[in-house]
Design a protein around this ligand. Structure first.
Ligand code: NAG
Length: 240
């Protein structure tokens, strides 16, 4: 009888510690002075938050992702949805409240590849598809490098005219990447520019990099933009 219960206790400890190391909690927080509608897209693993939801000013929401999950989060702005969730957004739009794919660029992205089980997670903030809101990723409770990743500058204010996206009130709502605006190989790292050796920073990506040194400014941006951490949870803050 004694052996039987200690087996159960050990089994229980094994199960609970297994869950503790292999699941990751994302906390999405809206510090913007307006409502945002986060969009989520899973490359691998379950869809989080039904793909998209409303997040009022000051509100936060938590999601748990299993080991091996990969995907992205972004903020949508200026959304108008009907009762059934149909409608659209000025930036980051995916065609409804709940996204079944990515959002329309330009949008600042928080990207993750979770390993779990003590391995290194990878995360970054990407401006490769452009910028719409400030975004920060803060790991908590992990081990390793675990640095803050973010784009905390107002790139809409620094956006060159030819990259600006205006909202209906004629204010700058987002800033396109040069690839999105001009669709040229040297900006998109395609064709003759499809390797890290041939796709170099441009006058446009340099504007992004100068404003946000810790974020990806173009597809083959250097390794200063990718971060790693083991066993952490992550706070993703819009307008940190
Ligand atoms: C960037 O370079 C292109 C090509 O030389 C030029 O047309 C454009 O005006 C430049 N833009 C900025 C913001 O420097």
């Amino acid at each position: 009888m004694a052996n039987f219960s200690s087996f159960h206790i050990l089994f229980f400890l094994f199960i609970t510690s297994g869950i503790a190391v292999s699941a990751t909690v994302f906390t999405l927080k809206n510090n913007c002075p307006y409502t945002v509608w986060p969009g989520t897209l899973a490359g691998k693993g379950p869809k989080l938050g039904d793909g998209g939801f409303q997040l009022a000013q000051g509100a936060s929401q938590q999601f748990t992702a299993p080991a091996g999950w990969s995907g992205r989060f972004w903020a949508r702005t200026g959304c108008k949805f009907g009762a059934s969730g149909n409608g659209n957004c000025v930036t980051g739009d995916c065609g409804g409240l709940q996204c079944n794919g990515g959002g329309a660029p330009p949008a600042t992205l928080a990207e993750f590849t979770l390993v779990g089980d003590g391995g290194k997670d990878f995360y970054d903030v990407s401006l490769v598809d452009g910028y719409n809101v400030k975004l920060g990723i803060r790991p908590s409770g992990g081990s390793g490098d675990c640095k803050y990743a973010g784009c905390v500058a107002d790139l809409n204010a620094a956006c060159p005219n030819e990259l600006k996206v205006m909202d209906p009130q004629n204010k700058v709502a987002a800033c396109k990447s040069a690839c999105l605006a001009f669709n040229k190989p040297e900006y998109c790292c395609t064709g003759a520019y499809s390797t890290p050796q041939t796709c170099l920073p441009t006058n446009y990506s340099k504007i992004f990099k100068q404003a946000c040194p810790d974020a990806y400014s173009y597809a083959y941006d250097d390794q200063t933009s990718t971060f790693t951490c083991s066993g952490a949870n992550y706070d993703i803050t819009f307008c940190p």
